[in-house]
Design a protein around this ligand. Structure first.
Ligand SMILES: NC(=O)c1ccc[n+]([C@@H]2O[C@H](COP(=O)([O-])OP(=O)(O)OC[C@H]3O[C@@H](n4cnc5c(N)ncnc54)[C@H](OP(=O)(O)O)[C@@H]3O)[C@@H](O)[C@H]2O)c1
Length: 237
């Protein structure tokens, strides 16, 4: 299949590499390919320049967000920074018409500190730009009414999403949310190809609110375990 990953961050790269390994034709989207390829410094998360990463992953193409979205047969993964995703995706809604868009963004506001800040190893914990009565997933769906949005992947580190079997024998749970059963079935197939065996359909996209708001607990668990310790979410029932 021709699958597109929008985003050059750590998560986007992990998905693109895994999909290529699985034999798919993979295109990665970025704002401006020339600007992205001209970068010579690691990004703010320490990921090496995209030109180095592409050289190590021959066969993966880098295109603009719009051209990359247009290239997908059906499935597009959005790894666009949560604060920018609605705007960036709205600009390419024609190219996303009829497609399944998996959104794993978290609607974080970085650098905003309220009266009771939560100190973390990387500054104050970001606040949510939307919560309780809305979610990033629903905002994207409203902006792209002719695209089938599925919220998934955001309750795990993306390294775990693409390789669930790397620890605990793969015995952990992947929640998904979305309004269209066929779109969710396509995402379930993708997850099974990654190795997921426990996929929990939370129902309509409104349940994306729960997935996104879980991210503070995910961070807290990560701080408690320390360092690069990997962990998963398991719903025992
Ligand atoms: N990494 C994880 O394990 C993980 C886990 C759960 C959830 N999340 C969430 O998933 C999202 C993506 O995370 P990530 O770490 O993979 O990538 P990221 O570093 O958050 O985002 C990288 C992408 O966002 C694009 N971008 C940044 N500013 C933009 C703007 N103003 N307009 C349009 N595009 C813009 C970049 O475009 P260029 O390519 O042009 O630079 C790049 O493609 C985030 O919301 C994050 O909180 C991540």
């Amino acid at each position: 299949m021709k699958i597109t990953v929008l985003g050059t961050g750590e998560g986007g790269r992990l998905h693109a590499a895994k999909l290529s390994e699985l034999g798919h034709e993979v295109v990665v989207g970025t704002r401006d390919p020339a600007t992205t390829l001209a970068r010579t410094e690691p990004d703010m998360m320490g990921n090496p320049p995209m030109s180095e990463w592409l050289a190590a992953h021959p066969g993966i193409a880098l295109l603009s967000f719009g051209a990359a979205a247009a290239a997908a047969d059906r499935l597009v993964i959005s790894g666009i920074d949560g604060a920018s995703a609605v705007n960036a995706l709205s600009g390419i809604k024609e190219q996303l018409t009829g497609k399944v868009l998996v959104d794993y963004g978290i609607p974080f506001n970085y650098g905003v500190s309220g009266p009771h800040p939560w100190p973390t190893p990387w500054g104050s914990m970001p606040t949510f730009a939307v919560l309780d009565s809305d979610s990033l997933g629903e905002q994207i769906q409203r902006a792209l009414p002719n695209t089938h949005v599925v919220k998934a992947f955001c309750t795990q580190e993306q390294a775990t999403v693409v390789s669930p079997g790397d620890f605990n024998g793969g015995d952990h749970t992947m929640p998904i949310s979305g309004n269209d059963p066929e779109a969710k079935a396509a995402v379930v197939d993708l997850l099974k190809s990654y190795g997921w065996t426990d996929i929990l359909d939370l129902g309509p996209l409104v349940s994306a609110r729960g997935q996104e708001m879980y991210s503070h607990l995910h961070s807290a668990i990560g701080f408690a375990l320390g360092g690069d310790r990997r962990f998963g979410l398991k719903v025992v029932r």
